[in-house]
Write a protein that binds this ligand. Structure first.
Ligand code: HEM
Length: 182
């Protein structure tokens, strides 16, 4: 007997408003994640060594352009938080219940992100505390980069969880008529 293997094509995505919105959210999240990682790597590898032993550390680091970096940090932090929460809310509400491991990974990712935002803000801030932290810039940047890499690993792991779209029960056609007649 010849066994038949039926192979069905994967259906294309349903292109509607929700699809477009989630696409924009995802692009925003990935772009801001790339901006944060790239910015911190550049600071650690290129900029921070320039300030070692300098009398005016901030001048050696930023040459008067600190506020430009501060704006980027603020932008990336705001959009990562916004897009992250919208994405999480969408995933949780539009799919069948996800295992607790998924929620645990989300919690760890969120806490690590808070640490990265804190260090990024300190690299750019004008407060006394931020300036003190910049005295150990290399050390803080190493920790923030390790946390960012861990966030990428966790995000990739979260993505491997099966997300089964929630089916909204709609009354079968004619069900109302049948109920009325009974
Ligand atoms: C430094 C901060 C962050 C970085 C570098 C980062 C990075 C990433 C990356 C690379 C992805 C994978 C994107 C994809 O494949 O579509 C992702 C997914 C995600 N991120 Fe973030 N993220 C950060 C902060 C946040 C925050 C603050 C939240 C929540 C408020 C969040 C929530 C999520 C969610 C829900 C996903 C989707 C996971 C899944 O596919 O199941 N992220 N993140």
């Amino acid at each position: 007997m010849i066994e038949m293997l039926l192979v069905a094509d994967s259906p294309p995505p349903v292109i509607d408003t929700a699809w477009a919105l989630m696409l924009v959210i995802r692009v925003l999240h990935i772009t801001c994640a790339a901006l944060m990682l790239g910015g911190l790597v550049y600071l650690k590898v290129v900029v921070a060594p320039l300030a070692e032993g300098a009398e005016d550390r901030d001048e050696a680091l930023f040459h008067g352009r600190r506020s430009a970096w501060a704006k980027l940090v603020m932008l990336a932090t705001t959009f990562l938080l916004l897009s992250g929460f919208v994405n999480f809310f969408y995933i949780v509400t539009s799919n069948e219940k996800l295992p607790s491991t998924y929620h645990m990974l989300f919690g760890i990712k969120f806490l690590l992100a808070m640490f990265v935002f804190f260090v990024a803000a300190a690299t750019a801030g004008s407060s006394e505390a931020a300036m003190k932290m910049r005295a150990n810039l290399g050390k803080w940047l190493s920790m923030a980069l390790a946390a960012t890499l861990l966030i990428f690993v966790i995000a990739a792991t979260m993505r491997t969880f099966d997300k089964i779209p929630r089916v909204i029960d709609e009354p079968a056609a004619g069900a109302d008529v049948a109920n009325e007649n009974s």
